[in-house]
Structures are given as C-alpha cells and as structure tokens.
Design a protein around this ligand. Structure first.
Ligand code: SF4
Length: 376
C-alpha cells in the first residue's frame, strides 16, 4: 500500500488499515519522503508571546487544567495595560506573534467577566479582543487568536485584525461528548459546532490553524476520521495552513488526572498518517514543549513545523512544559538533518494568496522576507 503512495490519494479505509498495521517505520519513511518533496528540509517555528486573556470558560473539559474553577480565587481577566505590557516585552524580544488564547465565551457564564467587560465598554469578549488585536498591530506584533467557536460575523470581524485564527477540531467524535466523556460538559466541543467554525473561516478566506488532540479517549478509527474531516474542509476551502498533532497531557486535580497520556509512537504515527493523507497540502505541527527530549524522533514523522515558541512567556495551558529556546530547537533540528526557519503566524502561501486584511497587511509585509518567512 505504501508503494507509489506519493501520487495516490489515500482513502479513509486504507489509512485505517495502515495505522493499524504496526508498520510505523515504513509509514514514517513514506511520510518523510513526501515531506522532503514538498518542504525540502525546512522545519519552521514562530516566535510569540502567549496572552491568556482569561481563564474563565463556559466549557468544562475533563482534561483542562487551565480553566478557572468556581470558588477558586485564581480567576484571571487581563486588563488592557497588562496585555500592553506583554506585547511591548514581546516586541523587544523580537517576537512577531501575539497569541491570544483563552476560555470560550466566558461572559455567557460568569457575571464577573460580563461586569469587567461592561466597565470597559464591551458587550463581549470578542469585541474586547478586537481592540487588543489592534493594540498588538500598533505595537508591531501580528495577532493569532484562539477564542473558541465563532459565528461567521465574529470571524469576519476578527479577520480584520488577525494574521490567522485557530480552533482545534480536537476530535470529530460525538461519543466524547456523551455522559462520562471528556466533553460531556463542554457545549463548545460538539464536533458539528467546531466544523461549522472551520467552514465559516474557509468561506471568509481566513488562514486557519486546526488540529487534533490525541489520547482523550478516542479510538484509532475516530482519530483517523478527524483527520479526514479536516481534509474535506481543506479540499473545499484551501485555508487550513497547519494541522497540530497535540498530545493529551494529564493534569493534576482534573477528572482525567489518572488517564495515561498517548505514547510517543501514537503521536509519530498520527502525524505520519496525517502527512500521507494531506501530502504537501498543509503544514503539520507538533508542539516541542509537550514532547521534550523526543524532538528528534518526532522529526521522522513527516511533520514540518514546531509551532509557536516564546522567549518570554509560558504556555499557560501547559505551564509545566517549557518551550525550548530558539537556539536549542535549531541545534536539535540541524542535528537531525533539517534546517530551522522562522515564519510569521501566517504562512508564506497565504501571504501569496493575499488572505490578509488591509489592517494586517502592512505589518505582514514589513516582517516578511521575499519568500514569506520572517525577515532576518
Ligand atoms: S480546554 Fe479550553 S474549552 Fe475546555 S475547559 Fe479548558 S479552556 Fe475551556
């Protein structure tokens, strides 16, 4: 099945047979061959500041260690001056990306968030985010927002001030939303709602980041199905600039704290199958901080991007998993026979396709070189 796979469209049934076969070495060889054909030996990353605007969230995912728990004094809603401070430090540290990641529609469920927003003159977190993205652009950082599910008017609005927007599909399995599943208490994790957001972003030509979360209780078949859901959306709209293969990490004091994380082979195999499915049609990212010490092994999977790493902020979703420095990541990447290259939160292809709003375009062109990577 792997012979002549480079030019063949791999269907779901064959992808599942391959993933179940245990031939991980041969699958990775094929994935690596395809990766080199389309991306040469380049592995990219972006330099960001992580801005956890709020940890209030209307969802309650079984694996989440980020979300504020009612009654806990640790609720965060960042004020404009706090955000500004991080943005300025990011600019000084030569970052190009302002990564806004926060809980979904918090004002729907939490009075304190609603009140905070109203006092600043906003009726929703999305309106507040819009102005903070404008602030980031003024300071010289390109916003990439992960606000959870969005309707079309919200995406249209955010496109005006974002270089790219993200929403993990996580899984297309409705089963995970049933009683006892990790998404039982998370209305925003219903697959059809997430698919609708990715689709609307495609219709609006937004450079989009999505991906799957591996190891939250999905079967291998469901994992492969999720990859094909993203493939179908990308075939129609050609807007998914990267697919993240993210591993579930058990967090203390969460309902899933005793669940086993996926193995390294699970991650490598999932990335390699994704590469065989997508060929050169999108970038595949594996976060290095969730796989410290295993980066070299990951590079054989057909992946070609490390995602955002930050020189000054921590990954607030996984605060115990520190990002490697750019120097360390460059060394690991080079020693594995690849070359590390810095990109912007919008990939070169989407700069060329001009999927950029007029507010964002001047800064993209100021920061990009003639190939669309970050200007040195
Ligand atoms: S994982 Fe995201 S959506 Fe789920 S509870 Fe945590 S912050 Fe909310």
């Amino acid at each position: 099945m792997l012979q002549n796979i480079d030019g063949k469209d791999l269907n779901f049934e064959d992808a599942l047979i391959l993933a179940s076969s245990g031939n991980i070495d041969e699958i990775c060889e094929a994935a690596d061959r395809i990766r080199r054909r389309y991306y040469s030996n380049i592995v990219t990353f972006s330099s960001n500041v992580f801005i956890p605007l709020t940890n209030y969230c209307r969802n309650r995912c079984g694996y989440c260690g980020f979300r504020h728990k009612p009654g806990d004094p640790s609720g965060i809603i960042m004020r404009p001056d706090e955000v500004k401070n991080v943005l300025i430090k990011g600019k000084e540290a030569r970052c190009t990306e302002a990564l806004f990641t926060f809980g979904e529609k918090p004002e729907e469920k939490y009075f304190e968030v609603k009140k905070f927003l109203e006092e600043l003159g906003y009726s929703s977190i999305i309106d507040y985010l819009y102005d903070l993205c404008l602030m980031a652009l003024e300071i010289g950082l390109l916003p990439h927002s992960n606000p959870g599910i969005l309707d079309k008017s919200e995406i249209r609005k955010l496109k005006q001030v974002n270089a790219s927007i993200g929403l993990m599909l996580e899984s297309s399995s409705k089963r995970l939303c049933e009683a006892g599943g990790p998404h039982e208490h998370s209305p925003g994790k219903l697959p059809e709602k997430r698919i609708k957001t990715v689709k609307a972003a495609g219709e609006l030509k937004v450079p989009f980041t999505s991906g799957i979360l591996v190891g939250i209780g999905e079967t291998l078949e469901e994992r492969i199905e999720s990859i094909y859901v993203l493939k179908k959306l990308h075939e129609k709209y050609d807007h998914i600039q990267e697919i993240i293969i993210q591993n579930f990490n058990p967090k203390p004091n969460t309902p899933m704290e005793d669940f086993s994380p996926p193995t390294l082979n699970d991650i490598i195999l999932t990335a390699a199958i994704t590469r065989l499915v997508f060929k050169g049609k999108t970038n595949i990212q594996i976060p290095p901080n969730l796989n410290i010490g295993q980066e070299r092994e990951l590079l054989i999977s057909g992946m070609n991007d490390w995602g955002g790493i930050s020189p000054i902020t921590v990954d607030e979703i996984n605060p115990n998993h520190h990002w490697p420095s750019k120097i360390k990541l460059g060394k690991i990447t080079r020693e594995a026979g690849f070359s590390l290259r810095e990109r912007l939160p919008i990939y070169p292809k989407y700069i060329q396709k001009n999927y950029i709003s007029s507010n964002v375009a001047p800064l993209v062109h100021e920061l990009a070189d003639n190939k669309g990577y970050r200007k040195m």
